[in-house]
Design a binder for this molecule. Structure first.
Ligand SMILES: *Cc1c(COP(=O)(O)O)cnc(C)c1O
Length: 356
């Protein structure tokens, strides 16, 4: 017997969620964002499930090359661009597209010779103030990029800071439009939140990330309300059962104290598996198919669940940490974080299997 924790990845849910993105943005090509190991689902596994995506967004050139070597022929975009001029020949050889957001990246392209031209996504800082060419520098930067022999097609790109909440995208949208007006180039702006709530921003390429995995980009709307299906189920089992008397405490710090006689199940899942240590007593969890709550502090390899109303639960009972019954967003919300972080943080020691 191995330790019972495992993650199940649902390929059919990934497909379904891509179809939801297409339904919202029917005229846009879909750049499926599969950075962070496909938000913890496995990059190549996700790419195979989403093989009819029009392109993929990744973080490193190594990931882009891995996609090419696995046979993917679509657009593959390196989202932070290249970090060193050394990488240019490999990127060019594999027909990888690169973000260009900085002067050093522009210089790399200006001095490159003898490469087959790279398609470039020129990232403009319209107000997020993280990556991107400043508004005042854009025109000059764009003209220099156009003059590079190493540059093929140019797509204009920006990223929203508040597509998921107030004040929305209006300011950045206005800056982008004013700046790029009259330029005949494709455009890409929308992340999942903008795909779902700001249709005016869909443009030539949409860039869905979190929605593909069946989690919500919004704090005020669950994935199920958006017709998204969870692509990951994190499962384990009860490995011990304790009976507490009134006054008995559970776990490190004695953070939960029983007020009555009750049964508590110990689950083989802890923060070293990627479960959030900050999940407090009351975080939703399902045991033997029934919703219940966690009790006390999460330990490195274990956490505890309330079995008071689940008398049939015993050693070996299945536990869902998150998935179709327990929304990852509900666990995240209870823990003061977002579904993105939990999905990405599933530890390498958790075995993954595929379904559908
Ligand atoms: C991660 C990322 C996305 C996807 O964002 P979601 O909120 O997960 O949809 C889109 N565009 C860029 C540039 C990104 O880095």
């Amino acid at each position: 017997m191995t330790r019972p924790i495992h993650a199940i990845i649902h390929a059919d849910a990934l497909c379904h969620n891509l179809a939801v993105a297409r339904r919202h943005a029917p005229r846009s090509k879909m750049l499926a964002v599969i950075k962070a190991n496909g938000y913890g689902h496995g990059m190549l596994r996700v790419a195979r499930a989403l093989q009819d995506a029009d392109g993929f967004g990744v973080l490193s050139l190594a990931e882009a090359v891995a996609l090419r070597e696995a046979g993917f022929r679509q657009t593959v975009l390196v989202l932070e661009g290249l970090f060193d001029a050394d990488e240019l020949p490999l990127a060019a050889r594999h027909g990888v597209s690169v973000v260009v957001h900085s002067e050093p990246q522009l210089r790399m392209l200006e001095t490159a010779r003898g490469l087959s031209p790279l398609d470039v996504f020129l990232k403009i800082n319209t107000g997020m103030n993280r990556l991107g060419v400043a508004v005042k520098d854009f025109r000059k930067f764009y003209e220099r990029l156009r003059a590079c022999e190493a540059v093929g097609a140019i797509t204009l790109m920006t990223h929203f800071a508040t597509a998921d909440e107030a004040p929305g995208i209006a300011d950045q949208w206005a800056v982008f439009n004013q700046l790029t007006e009259g330029i005949a180039a494709p455009r890409t702006l929308a992340n999942s939140a903008a795909i779902l709530r700001h249709p005016e921003t869909h443009a030539d390429w949409a860039r869905p990330g979190i929605m593909l995995y069946g989690a919500s980009p919004f704090a005020d709307e669950y994935a199920a309300q958006l017709d998204l299906q969870p692509a990951m189920t994190l499962r384990s089992e009860i490995i011990a059962v304790q009976t507490l008397q009134s006054g008995d405490a559970v776990g490190y710090g004695r953070r939960f104290v029983a007020e009555k006689t009750m049964r508590v199940g110990t689950v083989a899942c802890g923060y070293a598996d990627g479960y959030p240590r900050h999940a407090p007593t009351g975080t939703p969890i399902a045991v033997a198919g029934k919703m219940t709550r966690t009790l006390g502090r999460v330990s490195m390899d274990m956490l505890c669940a309330d079995l008071s109303d689940i008398p049939e639960a015993d050693i070996g009972s299945p536990v869902e940490l998150w998935g179709g019954q327990v929304p990852v967003d509900a666990v995240a919300q209870a823990s003061g974080t977002i579904g993105y972080e939990l999905l990405c943080a599933v530890a390498a020691r958790v075995p993954v299997c595929e379904h559908g």
